[in-house]
Design a protein around this ligand. Structure first.
Ligand code: GDP
Length: 450
């Protein structure tokens, strides 16, 4: 598993912190000779994930002895010994947590360790320990900003901010399960998976035909496909696309069937099989109530989708303006959803469809580094503070990206119940703008840290 080393001066509370992190899991002790205490390793298990924390015991002398005999300022002579121990322990770690004592303030040896940690090039989190409550936070952390590491105030003994601390530690580690650069086999074979939804006669099959007219239909080399398969794969401009659930679309239906065919449920089912959903509407008609329900559901389910208003060749420009306005109003609640005016017959707007679908999918897959998120959070909150509610101003500590598909961001604050709806919208806008997530759905979650 990935490892994180706790480093710090003697007596800053590393071992208490270590014990809290591993809870009841047994620690593994490495016996090592010398003046130093044994190095301890323990597993941290949270929410199905496991990683290792190392208490670089090698860097600490017997803590009682040190404090009794020397006080925190008088480590000279031991410093080199301590740094040797740290060097050895952190070789095998992916990240470091520098622990300092919020009540002692910033001491010379903290600076030395900070410089040392910085030089490793590994991610470093600064834990300002022995902060026993939120009211002490600012006072205890003020001095430490100059070290320039992401920082959190905690109390290993009383558990203050432990969950956020654990999340921040975990965030420093690489994700083990996924290799970011590997293209999944399915994607190689099928390319982007697209669902075409919409009422009968809106022009779904005409659009598929128009998009794929001169293109190669991939049959043989995709495992398990036949010509009758409901998913059809094409190669278009050297890229593959699979239209999912095309059976219902391509089969010519009698008028009497049509009501059955456009059920909201089966539409949703198709969209879950796809990467991106295209909702096709007939530009000659207004938005039907079924279209509205479907759009609302797609939005609630955070489905990546776009709206295609088809048959625009049949609609006179003036009327088109009105139609456009109607859709804009209908979709006001999800402003990120692109609306294209197209015609399967004249091929108007067709060129934009697939690149836009690709873009939506790419935006859904972004992963933004935590450091960048938090820099942005600070700027955004400084620019507009959340409004005071019941005499308290909500305060943000930290944010992280918890998931992709869709990108999901978690904000940690002191009291998220106090956040106003309009402020949440401001945050969403800022996140979209900062990270160029224009057309993909995103999710914001809020947690109170203590
Ligand atoms: P589906 O049921 O959604 O697959 O709709 P179809 O693709 O079968 O189209 C229904 C009817 O609309 C057919 O008669 C098509 O020729 C016609 N149609 C589809 N797209 C367009 C378009 O862009 N312009 C015009 N004028 N007719 C279209």
């Amino acid at each position: 598993t990935s490892k994180i080393a706790l480093i710090g001066r003697p007596n800053v509370g590393k071992s208490t912190l270590f014990n809290r992190l591993i809870r009841s899991n047994r620690a593994i002790t490495h016996d090592r000779p010398g003046v130093t205490r044994d190095r301890m390793e323990g597993f941290v298990r949270r929410e199905g994930e496991e990683w290792t924390i190392i208490d670089t015991g090698g860097v600490t002398l017997d803590e009682n002895q040190t404090s009794a005999a020397q006080g925190p300022n008088e480590l000279r002579g031991f410093e080199e010994e301590i740094l040797r121990g740290v060097t050895e322990a952190i070789k095998e770690c992916e990240a470091l947590c520098l622990v300092v004592d919020g009540r002692d303030g910033l001491l010379p040896f903290d600076r030395r360790l900070a410089t040392f940690a910085r030089k490793t090039g590994k991610p470093v989190l600064l834990a300002v320990n022995k902060v026993d409550g939120g009211e002490l936070e600012e006072e205890c952390t003020a001095e430490f900003h100059e070290l320039g590491f992401p920082m959190i105030a905690i109390s290993g003994e009383h558990g203050f901010q432990m969950r956020t601390f654990e999340m921040m530690l975990r965030e420093m580690l690489p994700d083990e399960e996924e290799d970011e650069f590997a293209v999944p086999e399915e994607y190689k074979q099928l390319g982007l998976k697209i669902a075409m939804l919409g009422r009968p006669n809106a022009g779904k099959s005409s659009l598929i035909n128009a998009l794929t007219k001169t293109e190669r239909m991939i049959v043989s080399d995709v495992a398990g496909t036949t010509r009758d398969s409901v998913d059809v794969t094409y190669e278009i401009d050297d890229k593959r696309y699979t239209f999912v659930d095309t059976a219902g679309i391509r089969r010519r239906t009698k008028i009497s069937d049509t009501v059955e065919r456009y059920s909201v449920n089966s539409s949703i089912k198709s969209s879950t099989k796809a990467n991106v959903t295209l909702l096709v509407l007939d530009g000659q008609e207004g938005v039907t109530s079924q279209d509205k329900r479907l759009m609302k559901l797609l939005d609630e389910r955070k489905t990546p989708f776009m709206v295609l208003i088809n048959k625009t060749d049949l609609v006179d420009p003036k009327q088109m303006q009105a139609v456009r306005k109607e859709y804009q109003e209908e979709l006001a609640y999800c402003g990120h959803v692109p609306v294209l005016h197209v015609s399967a017959h004249t091929r108007m707007g067709l060129k934009k469809i697939l690149p836009l679908a690709e873009q939506i999918w790419e935006e859904c897959s972004v992963r933004i580094p935590t450091s960048m998120l938090n820099r942005t959070l600070e700027e955004v909150v400084t620019k507009h503070q959340p409004p005071v509610v019941k005499r308290v101003r909500p305060k943000f500590f930290y944010m992280t990206q918890a998931e992709t598909l869709p990108p999901t961001f978690v904000f940690f604050c002191n009291d998220h119940e106090r956040l106003k709806e309009h402020y949440i919208r401001y945050l969403e806008k800022a996140v979209r703008k900062s990270f160029k997530i224009v057309h993909a759905p995103i999710r914001l979650k809020f947690r109170s840290s203590h």
